[in-house]
Design a protein around this ligand. Structure first.
Ligand code: SF4
Length: 204
């Protein structure tokens, strides 16, 4: 495995932020199993976890005006580094006032041990949460969370709470990975939680 210090990388018209390689899950479909890079990035395996000064220095290398959205994503779960994520989001808002999204597995409350959703208010515009399946047992088989069976309900609760503080909360499944009937169930779950359901294109 190659490592580098790719804190920021471009994906289409967006700038992605890679703060950590830590994640409580070991998803069967995780792209990290088969690749080290995304789009044109160098390796997203970090030689070490960056601090705020390193993150700021990385942002200074880019012209943020050319990007639509700044997305916390990368080769790990962004909420593992919640404090740095929030500090960075504040820095982005203050200096460029850009739209900010977090792509997350929705387990941030379990990772941090408390309800983190109020902290997202005013900083995060969009949360994209991986729902994956409407079935709890299937979810456990797929994501293999270190938190075990409580993960699915915790993820749904996270989405519901986040909808109070984040304008755009989206839960996603990947096209062709579940049946049309299961997609209809996901739609129903999202409606009950007060969030938007989206089916993402499959990527390998
Ligand atoms: S939550 Fe994301 S980073 Fe973590 S194992 Fe699953 S796909 Fe990979």
């Amino acid at each position: 495995m190659n490592t580098s210090m790719t804190i920021l990388y471009k994906v289409h018209n967006n700038l992605y932020v890679n703060l950590t390689n830590r994640c409580p899950c070991a998803c069967t479909f995780c792209l990290r199993q088969s690749r080290d890079t995304m789009e044109e990035s160098d390796s997203l395996w970090l030689s070490h976890e960056p601090d705020f000064n390193e993150v700021k220095a990385a942002f200074e290398e880019f012209d943020l005006e050319q990007f639509n959205e700044i997305v916390f994503c990368g080769f790990g779960e962004p909420t593992e580094r919640l404090d740095l994520l929030l500090q960075t989001a504040e820095y982005i808002k203050k200096n460029w006032n850009k739209k900010i999204r977090i792509n997350t597995n929705g387990l941030g409350n379990l990772i941090q041990g408390y309800d983190i959703t109020p902290k997202l208010e005013g900083l995060i515009d969009t949360l994209s949460i991986s729902l994956n399946t409407p079935n709890r047992d299937r979810y456990n088989e797929l994501v293999r969370s270190k938190f075990g069976d409580i993960s699915y309900d915790a993820m749904l609760e996270f989405a519901k709470n986040a909808a109070k503080y984040v304008p755009n909360v989206i839960m996603t499944t990947v096209a062709t990975t579940i049946s049309k009937e299961e997609e209809a169930l996901c739609e129903k779950i999202c409606k009950e939680l007060g969030v938007t359901y989206r089916i993402r294109a499959w990527e390998n």
